[in-house]
Design a binder for this molecule. Structure first.
Ligand code: NAP
Ligand code: GLV
Length: 322
């Protein structure tokens, strides 16, 4: 039995139901600003905290852990956990939670929206209408690429990659995937073919990335891999920015070595306003909104709160980081 009411620090405002759950179990302080706490502020806020509810914008490193001697549990409201130095946390016996599964469909929808947007030049067409350039219907106005009958190459065939595959099948696409190991039990019902990375990139009309950011995937797609892609192909990235070499991608897009890209994630977020990507018409840019539906964010917050409460009570987390 704890001698004091546990203290929790939450690094941003979160949906009400999740917040109420935390408040029912702990003295809960919420960072009030719309921007994340800078590292100094985060260390200060965690100095007396037993639990930390964080987001993917909060870097959890050894310096933070050293400044937070009472911390028992860290729960991130995200499925990606590359912002957490897991080894440093494990060395201190901290419990770690994340939010797998509840955001698969929302994120897959967004990846597919980017695929459709790059194929049919949606953002470009919207800019065209707003700029008053629309004079008439014409046979070659803003013509794009077909989605049905096209080949989609998925890199990473876990929860979200598989959800994208299900959508692609509904759109009449052929689906291939590259992963560290074949997954015949899920691939076969979808008709998805396992291919080595090079063959997948050479064959695909659309390539969509669904790997976590790890030392092995940072970057997974560089100049060599982009050169394997067809000049008519489009790259979709809803995984993490550093999975793609940003300089190599900008060059490939600017020189027309690939036809387009749809990007939700970037090496530096927010995307700096001097990024050359902002000047390229064949790129659709989104501000890391893969899981951003009201319902999904509520589920993620709830799941992260449940993880945190379990950890504070000394119970196993329902969704521990593996
Ligand atoms: P997941 O279920 O763990 O799937 C990841 C897949 O990547 C697994 O199949 C894994 O294969 C594979 N993989 C790992 N390293 C690889 C490598 N070096 N080469 C090829 N494949 C590799 O994860 P998820 O839930 O689908 O999420 C994937 C990522 O999406 C998250 O980590 C996060 O970064 C990102 N994400 C972004 C948004 C957004 O808002 N844009 C939203 C949600 C998630 P093994 O089975 O061999 O490990
Ligand atoms: C979003 O990017 C997540 O990892 O949940």
């Amino acid at each position: 039995m704890a001698l004091h009411e546990p203290r929790v620090f939450v690094t941003r405002r979160i949906p009400d139901r999740a917040l109420r759950l935390l408040q029912a179990h702990a003295d809960t302080r919420v960072w009030p600003d719309p921007l994340p706490p800078i590292p100094d502020a985060l260390r200060h806020e965690c100095a007396r905290a037993d639990g930390l509810f964080c987001l993917l914008t909060d870097h959890v490193d050894a310096a933070l852990l050293d400044a937070a001697p009472r911390l028992k549990v860290i729960s991130t409201m995200s499925v990606g956990y590359d912002h957490i130095e897991v080894d440093a946390c494990r060395a201190r016996n901290l419990l770690l939670g994340y939010t797998p599964g509840v955001l698969d469909d929302a994120t897959a929808d967004l990846a597919f929206a980017l695929l459709m947007a790059t194929a049919r030049r949606i953002a470009e067409a919207d800019r065209y209408v707003r700029a008053g350039e629309w004079r008439t219907w014409s046979p070659d106005l803003l013509t794009g690429a077909e989605v049905h009958d096209a080949t989609l190459g998925l890199i990473g065939f876990g929860r979200i990659g598989q959800a994208v595959a299900r959508r692609a099948v509904g759109f009449g696409m052929r689906v291939g995937y590259a992963s560290r190991a074949p997954r015949p039990e899920v691939a076969e019902p979808l008709g998805a073919e396992y291919l080595p990375l090079e063959a997948l990139l050479r064959r695909s009309d659309f390539v969509s990335l669904h790997v976590p950011l790890t030392p092995e995937t940072s970057p997974l797609i560089g100049a060599r891999e982009l050169a394997w892609m067809k000049p008519t192909a489009r790259l979709i990235n809803t995984s993490r920015g550093p999975v793609v070499d940003p300089g190599a991608l900008t060059n490939a897009l600017a020189e027309g070595r690939i036809a387009g890209a749809g990007l939700d994630v970037f090496e530096t977020e927010p995307l700096p306003m001097d990024s050359p990507l902002l000047r390229l018409p064949n790129v659709t840019l989104l501000p890391h909104i893969g899981s951003a539906t009201v319902a999904t964010r509520e589920k993620m917050a709830r799941m992260a709160a449940e993880n945190l409460v379990a950890g504070l009570r000394g119970q196993p987390l329902p969704h521990p980081i593996p």
